[in-house]
Design a protein around this ligand. Structure first.
Ligand code: C2E
Ligand code: MG
Ligand code: MG
Ligand code: MG
Length: 280
């Protein structure tokens, strides 16, 4: 009897797996065929200086408006785009669009662009550099966000590319810091400009003392290494106050703004500059 129900469970489980695989396969086919110009959009999330509340810049975040499914999360399509090679094309488009957009901003605002390990192949980052050169954006206004996975495989080639970008004046941020393997030795090898403290720690400030302790330690690590820190995913005033008290350089999160469509970026910039000139 027990055997029979085991078997039933197994079959059900298998059917579930099958459906997920089919779903992924369907998404893969739609992604392959997707016309980038028509279905993709870049949203931008403001990044705020913690002490002054001033605008430092924006992080570019890719959005896929699938004609049949509606908005698909990058967490769902980026891994598929990486595997299928679509990210070559998508990544180039993100760079071109982001640079074109940011070239219209005031010169002291920085644009952060996420880059996957696969974008280090085929000279795509060099292509990003070319997009930069053609856009009128200054190199110091561009920051690329990498995760340590970039340094796991083909690390010497990727390290050389990162150093080349740094020598052009492009900034480099270590994204999602504190998750993954987080080997501290990377901090010695790569000339990072910024550590981005992962949202999983920041969103627990005020609820979990260990999370605050970890955030404090990462800020201290940054300070000692001369690297700025950005807290990702600040949602509450309690978190803002704690990040201020800990002297975290910058923050981004729903407390200030979610990622917004391009048409709203200009008004956010306008509002910040109005505020600044009113204060002056
Ligand atoms: P990420 O680079 O860590 O980006 C930050 C993510 O946190 C974004 O999710 C953002 O919307 C979200 N976030 C920011 N503040 C808050 C908050 O207060 N609360 C909550 N709940 N979430 C917040 P998103 O846009 O869904 O992107 C997910 C990931 O997809 C990104 O994580 C990034 O790794 C990847 N991604 C997005 N755009 C691109 C792209 O153009 N290229 C590449 N290679 N990856 C991208
Ligand atoms: Mg990021
Ligand atoms: Mg990222
Ligand atoms: Mg992150």
């Amino acid at each position: 009897r027990a055997k029979q129900s085991d078997k039933g469970t197994f079959r059900w489980f298998e059917a579930g797996m099958d459906m997920r695989q089919r779903e992924r396969r369907a998404l893969e086919i739609e992604l392959r065929g997707a016309e980038i110009e028509r279905e993709f959009e870049l949203h931008c999330q403001p990044i705020i200086r913690t002490q002054t509340g001033k605008l430092r810049g924006f992080e570019a975040l890719l959005r896929w408006q699938n004609p049949r499914r509606g908005m698909v999360s990058p967490a769902d399509f980026i891994p598929i785009a990486e595997e299928t090679g679509k990210l070559d094309e998508l990544g180039r488009w993100v760079f071109a669009m982001a640079c074109r957009e940011a070239a219209t901003w005031p010169r002291d605002l920085v644009l952060s662009v996420n880059v996957s390990p696969v974008q280090f192949r085929k000279g795509n980052l060099v292509g990003g550099g070319l997009a930069l050169a053609g856009s009128g954006l200054e190199a110091h206004q561009l920051e690329i966000e990498i995760t340590e996975s970039v340094l796991l495989a083909e690390s010497s080639t990727n390290l050389a590319i990162l150093k080349q970008l740094r020598s052009l004046g492009v900034r480099i941020a270590l994204d999602d810091f504190g998750t993954g393997y987080s080997s501290l030795s990377y901090l010695r090898q790569v000339p990072f400009n910024r550590l981005k403290i992962d949202r999983s720690f920041v969103c627990e400030i005020g609820r979990c003392p260990e999370s605050l302790a970890i955030v404090r330690a990462v800020i201290g690590l940054g300070t000692n290494l001369g690297i700025d820190t950005t807290a990702e995913g600040a949602e509450t005033v309690v978190q803002l106050e704690a990040l201020r008290a800990e002297k975290c350089g910058e923050l981004q999160g729903f407390l200030f703004s979610p990622p917004v469509a391009r048409k709203s970026v200009a008004s956010i910039i306008g509002a910040y500059f109005e505020e600044t000139s009113r204060l002056a």
